[in-house]
Design a protein around this ligand. Structure first.
Ligand code: PRX
Length: 651
């Protein structure tokens, strides 16, 4: 393990606080003891099968629970179900059509209240729109939208007709969108004129148009009107959502789909420059997200108001805004904008307004709230909250305690949930009515999930630091990488034999609690978003003035990691740091902008020519450098250290 991970382990050893479930929480909770763990330990497949049949409606029963031919799993083989039916129709048929599905709040303060009945009609109509545009079962549809209810409608409409969606986060650039559309060969793009962010309209259609110049597979574009900004509509290709919806039938039966029908692709960064299209299918995925959403959040659908602050463009939005909560018939809040518009208390005013009971956010947001001060949450009545969740990156014990004390009134359990785009749903997390919490620990693998920490040689360890692996298939697991079976095997199943390698370091303490320690590969985690160092390097060297670039993620008190770039310019070239940062934003998206760029005549390399990233990370984090004797030219590092000490980093 590298130096920084060892430091983490030392820090964590000091963390001895324990918080058992509060008695009144435990009394009302769905699970207060070990029964689910015991059941799953006896027969994990049987356990998952019980979840699948209790939580979902199947049109045809499966014949085999799990077919496991490493690294390929199939779940509930032979079973048929419709995801949209499970998320909408059955709630309406059961008399819950008037129940609020989404309390939507736009950033400017406009609101929409959408019941399950409303959502069902909208989804049926939009499914018919998609069919009228030629979309068929098995096709791919791209979605590039702000946080508006139409994003959920579009996803569920695809699911209803068995088309796979590929959602691209609205903050990604036109280039990133084009790459993803082309890789998936999507037929239709659903976008918006623009959305609201920090009080202004950000244009989406313009970026989509740039992408569309190079996406031959797209036949039609559907545009949701949200920002009211001017857009160009190409006749024959582009259609307004409201026009198409005006006179389409709302009769669209939910056809049962095969359990292994592709539900969606979601692109995520790996260690190379090319994002991976992670494949998720129907029956197993829905079982996994419904089960975890119910038990990790101790969901009482009749009384809870749930709010997950993620964007639908990420896996958290897919699994814990759209599919999990809706399969469970939850009432939720969906918010369009940033947490500091018009003031730093916006989230807390939303919690108060809708009487949110379960709140799920990311450590980077929590650390930002800490910076803004306790007076912001103190302005509001947060007494409706009963459970808090965290996701996306390791949560440091201080942030965990601050969250519990200042948002959770010192009593709400905090569930730190570890999972990945690839796992589909939560894997390691407390069950809040059953688990004694330790601040900063994701505690234990959930019932049905088998996680082990192994050493470098792949030997299981029961105590201490190592690599997080998963030893058994689980229903929500990725089914592959779109178009690249070899990369799938190589990335996840080759580092340790017979094990899924998550790419994360982890530690087991003396009580068997798991502590996640961050990525051990060249993937950075910036504000909970995965960005590959190689991707940013490729963006940098695509600038005509740049000869070579090395990118590292350095610890950052707010964003978890910050992107630090070391750049060598071509002979005679000059370029401004700001221009180069903007170039990266244009290539990938603003989330990938380096915080600091150091210009250097050379990069530190080993004698075999490999860039020494660990050393660059040490430089960026101001650490004393250890042994540099393997370097081809040690003076490069002296020079870099001098510069790092001289130049304050930019915010
Ligand atoms: O490094 C882990 C970190 O986020 C990675 C997965 O990123 P992504 O696929 O974008 O999904 C994020 C939302 C699930 C993991 O490999 N990560 C996620 N949750 C946690 C975490 N690290 C520590 N603790 C967590 N709770």
């Amino acid at each position: 393990m590298s130096n920084d991970e060892t430091t983490n382990i030392d820090d964590l050893l000091l963390e001895n606080r324990k918080f058992p479930p509060p008695p009144d929480f435990q009394e009302r909770s769905l699970v207060a003891g070990t029964q689910l763990y015991d059941e799953a330990a006896r027969d994990d497949e049987g356990f998952w099968a019980r979840q699948a049949s209790e939580l979902l409606h199947w049109d045809t029963d499966w014949t085999t629970i799990c077919e496991w031919d490493l690294p390929y799993a199939k779940w509930f083989v032979g079973g048929r179900l419709n995801v949209a039916y499970n998320c909408l129709d059955r709630h309406v048929e059961d008399g819950r059509g008037d129940k609020v599905a989404i309390h939507w709040e736009g950033e400017p303060g406009d609101t929409r209240t959408i019941t399950y009945g409303d959502l069902l009609v909208e989804v049926k109509k939009f499914a018919n729109v998609l069919k009228s545009l030629g979309v068929q079962t098995g096709d791919r549809v791209n979605i590039y939208l702000p946080m508006v209810p139409e994003a959920a409608v579009a996803m569920l409409a695809c699911a209803r007709i068995g088309a796979a969606h590929s959602v691209v986060f609205g903050g990604f650039s036109s280039q990133a969108l084009a790459d993803r559309i082309n890789d998936a060969e999507a037929k239709v793009l659903i976008t918006a004129d623009g959305g609201y962010r920090r009080g202004e309209v950000f244009p989406l259609k313009g970026a989509a148009d740039e992408a569309l110049a190079n996406t031959p597979s797209i036949e039609h574009v559907v545009v949701v009107k949200r920002g009211g900004n001017d857009v160009e509509m190409k006749v024959g290709r582009d259609h307004w959502y409201h026009d198409l919806m005006a006179d389409v039938s709302d009769d669209c039966p939910a056809e049962p789909m095969d359990s292994e029908q592709l539900l969606f692709l979601l692109y995520t960064s790996g260690t190379t420059g090319k994002p991976k299209g992670i494949m998720h299918t129907t029956g197993g995925y829905l079982t996994h997200v419904a089960y975890t959403h119910k038990y990790v959040f101790d969901l009482h659908p009749d009384t809870d108001v749930y709010w997950c602050t993620a964007d639908v463009g990420w896996i958290t939005g897919h699994s814990y805004i759209v599919y999990g909560p809706m399969a469970n018939g939850a009432t939720q809040v969906m918010y369009e904008g940033v947490p500091n518009f018009p003031g730093n208390d916006r989230f807390w005013s939303i919690v108060e307004k809708y009487k949110v009971t379960i709140f799920y956010t990311a450590p980077t947001a929590i650390r930002t709230f800490m910076k803004w001060g306790i007076e912001e949450p103190a302005k509001h009545d947060l007494s409706s909250l009963r459970l808090l969740g965290s996701v996306g990156e390791p949560i440091n014990p201080e942030a965990w305690m601050w969250y519990r004390d200042n948002i959770g009134a010192g009593t709400c359990p905090v569930v730190d949930t570890w999972w990945q785009t690839e796992t589909g749903g939560i894997m390691i997390s407390p069950l809040p009515g059953a688990t004694t919490l330790k601040p900063g620990s994701a505690t234990f693998a959930l019932p049905g999930v088998s996680a082990e920490v192994v050493d470098d040689g792949g030997q299981r360890i029961d105590h201490g630091g190592g690599y997080l692996t998963l030893t058994r298939p689980w229903p929500g697991m990725l089914r592959g990488i779109w178009g690249d079976g070899e990369r799938y095997r190589e990335t996840y199943w080759s580092r340790f034999s017979d094990r899924y390698f998550a790419g994360d370091g982890a530690k087991l303490d003396a009580d068997g609690y798991l502590w996640l320690l961050g990525r051990v590969d060249d993937v950075m985690n910036v504000s909970g978003h995965r960005i590959s160092t190689t991707e940013v390097e490729s963006a940098l060297v695509s600038h005509p003035s740049v000869a070579e670039a090395a990118v590292v993620g350095a610890n950052d008190p707010t964003t978890g990691q910050a992107i630090i770039a070391y750049v060598t310019l071509r002979g005679g070239s000059q370029v401004d740091e700001g221009d180069l940062r903007n170039h990266v934003a244009k290539e990938i998206g603003a989330i990938a902008k380096p915080k600091t760029i150091y210009f250097t005549p050379d990069l530190p390399k080993t004698r075999s020519g490999k860039i020494m990233r660990r050393l660059l990370r040490d430089v960026a984090e101001g650490r004393n450098l250890g042994d540099t004797t393997t370097l081809a030219d040690a003076s490069v590092v002296d020079e870099l250290q001098r510069r790092a000490a001289d130049s304050p980093s930019e915010d």
